[in-house]
Design a protein around this ligand. Structure first.
Ligand code: S3P
Length: 210
């Protein structure tokens, strides 16, 4: 065989790569006309909001903001330090003012701190020019995902399934009241979760226009 010729397997592999690249490009192009609004990801701690937001940003070529990261950046302090020094109310005030500012943005994926729904007015701010996606996970799954992370003051002295379960139950009606669509994350990888979000959003938008 001529050296410049590729064997069939090589051709298949490079073709597959090109096909995958153009499929990804197509998704991004189509997505531009799909979602002309902001997408808020809400849900309990450890439901994967930040990771899923990064996955969606990639697939949809949208901007991405994380309320917790924005608070840390602006305050120049970690979240546990903000809670310890100024208290939870101060932290919640920062969350609310970031949400008000975000109303000016378009086509942005916002992953929110898990407690964003504790203030009713936050849900009202989020509902403007946006869709709200609720990510869920079982208390046991949350525990496995967050148990070794000490950056969440709400859980730091309560790192157990019973506490997670009771706080989740208390917050659940608020999460559900805010959500346009709900996606369970247990046992799924990021790509599958993103695809589920995209198809549920398309269905939700369709149902709105009918
Ligand atoms: C909180 C969730 C955290 C963070 C803060 C309070 C909560 O965000 O905003 O520690 O009250 O549920 P994550 O949901 O990203 O962990």
């Amino acid at each position: 065989m001529d050296k410049s010729e590729k064997n069939p397997e090589q051709i298949q592999a490079s073709d597959m790569h090109t096909m995958e690249q153009s499929a990804a490009r197509m998704t991004r192009i189509q997505a531009k006309s799909l979602f002309d609004y902001n997408i808020f990801l809400i849900g309990f701690m450890g439901t994967g909001k930040s990771t899923v937001a990064a996955g969606l940003k990639d697939k949809l070529a949208m901007d991405q903001v994380e309320t917790d990261a924005e608070i840390v950046r602006r305050q120049g302090m970690s979240i546990p330090d903000i809670f310890a020094e100024y208290g939870e109310v101060y932290f919640r005030n920062l969350e609310s003012s970031i949400l008000i500012e975000l109303q000016k943005r378009k086509r942005t994926i916002v992953s929110c701190g898990g407690g964003i729904i504790v203030r009713k007015e936050n849900t009202e701010h989020m509902k403007k020019n946006s869709r709200i996606v609720l990510l869920t996970a079982k208390p046991e799954t949350v525990y496995e995902r967050v148990r070794d992370d000490h950056s969440r003051p709400i859980l730091n002295n309560n790192m157990n399934v019973a506490y997670i379960s009771s706080l989740m139950e208390k917050r659940q009606p608020l999460y559900e009241a805010a959500a346009d669509i709900i996606v369970a994350t247990d046992g799924k990888n990021v790509s599958r979760i993103c695809e589920e979000i995209i198809s549920k959003l398309i269905a939700f938008d369709k149902s709105k226009t009918q």
